[in-house]
Design a binder for this molecule. Sequence first.
Ligand code: MLT
Length: 263
Amino acid sequence: MNTVNIGPIDLDVVDRGSGAPLLLVHGFPLDHTMWNAQIEVLSVRHRVIAPDLRGFGRSGSADDETTTMQQFADDLAALLDALHVAQPVTFCGLSMGGYIAWEFFRRHRQRLAALILCDTRAEADDREAARGRRLMASCVMAEGVLAVPEAMLPKLLAPQTFAEKPGLAESLRQTILATSPASIAAAQRGMAARADSTALLGQIDLPALVIVGEHDAISTAREMRKISDAIVGAQFVEVPDAGHMSPLENPPVVSAAIAKFLG
Ligand code: MLT
């Protein structure tokens, strides 16, 4: 991994391979390692850039009270500058990474060649969901992150994954437990405040691939089919034997879908 300074903070990033750049943006509250299988396969033909977002993995944090999706998007644009990536990138984001993709499209459209949206949502939180996030933010600040894996893992993985790949749940648990309460709280507050991007979908004028695990409990296949239908010309792939973490739960299908889309 490289450590790259982007002004106020350092971001850690995997930058591997050469060719057209592919930016892999992880979900919450995880790090770049969720993409390990895709980094391995896709870096054979592409320049794969897989950072840890601010506050996550090994990246630095600015101790923000709230980290907005705009801030994450601007960090990524600054990272591409620091890595001298002038060519437009394919932005591939999972879940929170997808929420960041909408902001990246709004703010840095000229840097984009294509979009890959994995297991994400275009709608903003309703009042109840936003309240739940703020509650988790205050709980982790008061009590630490111990309760977070129990709250999140059942939604992240399909029941079959728990049964057949217990090591995967354990490794996600360790990643979550290694994250600071302040970073979890700041990102939850940022997601609670994120804009609704439903109306943006019709404005997306880029090649797009929409990927969803068939058992995704957070961003369902039905909801993601709607996202795909609203983006002109988007391709849609439903991943069997996978929940919300489709790139981890069924890596060969997700890597092959991305490789095919990239051509
Ligand atoms: C993620 O995987 O990034 C989270 O599930 C996003 C969310 O909490 O909405």
